[in-house]
Design a protein around this ligand. Structure first.
Ligand SMILES: Cc1cc2nc3c(=O)[nH]c(=O)nc-3n(C[C@H](O)[C@H](O)[C@H](O)COP(=O)(O)OP(=O)(O)OC[C@H]3O[C@@H](n4cnc5c(N)ncnc54)[C@H](O)[C@@H]3O)c2cc1C
Length: 393
C-alpha cells in the first residue's frame, strides 16, 4: 500500500535525479512518467503505482513547490480525460505501451471523433462506415465539432461496422492516426470568433486492426466509458474554494465597490453557495472515480457546472455593464485550449454557451439522471430493435 511518506520519498528521488532548473521540460515529464508519478492510480509501468488516486495531490503539490514543469492539462484534456481511461479499460497490453506514455508526456495530442451531422445527442445513429479489408479497416464518413483536431496526432473514433443490426450493436471503436492519408480537417468558427473545433472528413482512411479498441460490434460499450469519463472531466474539474467562474465574479465584486447593488449581491451569494456545493460534490465524485468506474451521477455535475458557468458569466456581464460587453476580437484564431479564467468577461459569457452542449446537452443528461440515477421510466425508444440501415435519416 502506497503511503504519503512513500510518495514524498519518490518525488524527492525524482527531483534529485532530474533537478527542474537544469532538466529540459520534456525530459522531466518522461522521467516523471517512468517513476510512476504521472497518474499514480494507473498501473506500474504505465505512469502509475496502482496507488489511490486521492493521493495524486500529494505528488502534484510537492512537484509544484519544487518548481517542476508539468504537462499542459488544457492542451491534452481530451487525451487525459477521455482517451486514457478508455484505452486503459479496453486496450491490449501493446496498446497500453504504445499510447499512454506519449499521451501523458504531451508528445501526442488527442481529439474525439464522435459527433456527426445528424448524430450528436443520438450518437448511436452515427453513419461513418468502417469496412474490414485484410488486416486493416477502411473508414469513410464525416465528423463534426471535433475540438482540437487541427493540433492532434491521434483520435478516438466510433464507427459503424454492421448496418444490419440495431444501432447500438453495430458500432466499433478505433484509435485513428490523424496524419493518415484521407483525414481532412477543416476549421469551424464559433460565436467567440475562434475556431476551436473542426469538421473532419474521413475518405477511405486505413486503420490497422491492431488499433481497434474493444471487440468488433462493441463500440457502444467502449464509447460509454469515454462519455462517462467525459462528464466528470468537464463537470468535475478540480478548483479551489472561491475558484472557477464564480470566483472571478466574486473578485470583481471585491475590487469594484462602485458596481455593487443589493440585488446583484443576493444573486452572487446564491451562485457562490452553488459553486461551493458543486466543488464538494465534484470532489466526492472524483473519489468515486478513484474507487472504480465513474457512474451516471457524473451527468449531474456536468449539468450543474454548465448552469453555474452560464449564470456566473451572465451576472458578470450585468455587473460590469458596458465594460462587460466589450468583446471585439473577431480575428480568426486557433486556440490551443479553452482558457475561461484568463480572458475578458465578454469572452467568458459567449464561450459558456457551449458548456450546456459539449460533452452531452443538458437535456440529454437530465434524461440520463432520470433513467439511470432516479430509476424513472425510460423515454419511448421505437428504434431499439430496428436495423440501423432501416432507420429513417
Ligand atoms: C464547445 C463544443 C465542443 C465540442 N467538442 C466535441 C468533440 O471534441 N468531439 C465530438 O465528437 N463532439 C464535440 N462536440 C459536439 C457535442 O457533443 C454535440 O454538439 C452534442 O452532443 C449535441 O449534439 P447535436 O449538436 O447534434 O445536437 P442535437 O442532438 O441535434 O440536439 C439538438 C437539441 O435537441 C435536444 N435533444 C435531442 N434529443 C433529445 C431527447 N431525446 N430528449 C430531449 N432533448 C433532446 C438536445 O438536447 C439539443 O438541445 C462539441 C460541442 C461543443 C459545443
Amino acid at each position: 500500500m502506497t503511503t504519503v511518506d512513500d510518495l514524498k520519498r519518490r518525488v524527492a528521488d525524482l527531483l534529485a535525479a532530474y533537478p527542474p532548473e537544469s532538466t529540459p521540460r520534456q525530459d522531466f515529464l518522461d522521467a516523471r512518467f517512468d517513476a510512476g508519478l504521472a497518474w499514480i492510480h494507473f498501473p506500474e509501468g504505465l505512469g502509475g503505482l496502482s496507488a489511490p488516486r486521492s493521493l495524486q495531490s500529494v505528488v502534484d503539490k510537492e512537484l509544484a513547490a519544487a518548481g517542476a514543469p508539468d504537462n499542459d492539462k488544457r492542451r491534452i484534456g481530451i487525451g487525459l480525460g477521455m482517451a486514457a481511461p478508455t484505452i486503459l479499460a479496453f486496450g491490449t497490453p501493446e496498446q497500453h505501451q504504445r499510447f499512454l506514455r506519449p499521451l501523458w508526456t504531451e508528445r501526442e495530442v488527442w481529439c474525439q471523433l464522435f459527433s456527426e451531422p445528424g448524430a450528436g445527442s443520438d450518437l448511436a445513429a452515427l453513419g461513418t462506415r468502417a469496412v474490414r479489408d485484410g488486416d486493416d479497416w477502411v473508414v469513410t464518413g464525416q465528423k463534426v465539432w471535433t475540438s482540437g483536431a487541427h493540433k492532434s496526432q491521434w483520435a478516438i473514433l466510433v464507427t459503424r461496422t454492421d448496418p444490419d443490426v440495431p444501432k447500438h450493436r453495430g458500432m466499433t471503436y478505433f484509435l485513428c492516426d490523424m496524419t493518415a492519408p484521407g483525414v481532412e480537417v477543416r476549421p469551424l468558427r464559433q460565436i467567440t470568433g475562434e475556431a476551436e473545433f473542426n469538421e473532419v472528413f474521413l475518405s477511405e482512411v486505413r486503420i490497422p486492426d491492431a488499433h481497434r479498441l474493444g471487440a468488433v460490434g462493441e463500440g457502444w460499450k467502449v464509447a460509454q466509458t469515454t462519455l462517462m469519463n467525459e462528464r466528470v472531466a468537464i463537470g468535475g474539474t478540480e478548483f479551489p474554494r472561491d475558484g472557477g467562474m464564480v470566483g472571478v465574479v466574486a473578485e470583481t465584486w471585491r475590487e469594484r465597490p462602485e458596481l455593487r447593488t443589493s440585488e446583484l449581491h443576493d444573486r452572487l451569494l446564491k451562485l457562490w453557495v452553488e459553486g461551493e456545493s458543486l466543488r464538494l460534490v465534484s470532489s466526492r465524485l472524483r473519489q468515486q472515480l478513484a474507487a472504480g468506474a465513474p457512474g451516471p451521477e457524473g451527468s449531474a455535475v456536468k449539468v450543474a457546472f454548465s448552469e453555474l458557468n452560464q449564470a456566473a458569466s451572465g451576472l458578470e456581464i450585468e455587473l460590469l455593464g458596458d465594460e462587460g460587453l466589450r468583446y471585439d476580437d473577431w480575428t480568426m484564431r486557433r486556440p490551443d485550449g479553452v482558457n475561461f479564467l484568463g480572458r475578458e468577461a465578454g469572452y467568458r459569457y459567449l464561450r459558456a454557451k457551449g458548456n450546456s452542449i459539449e460533452g452531452g446537452t443538458s437535456e440529454i443528461l437530465r434524461n440520463i439522471i432520470a433513467e439511470r440515477v432516479l430509476g424513472l421510466p425510460s423515454e419511448p425508444r421505437i428504434d431499439k430493435d430496428v436495423a440501423w440501415k432501416d432507420l429513417p435519416r
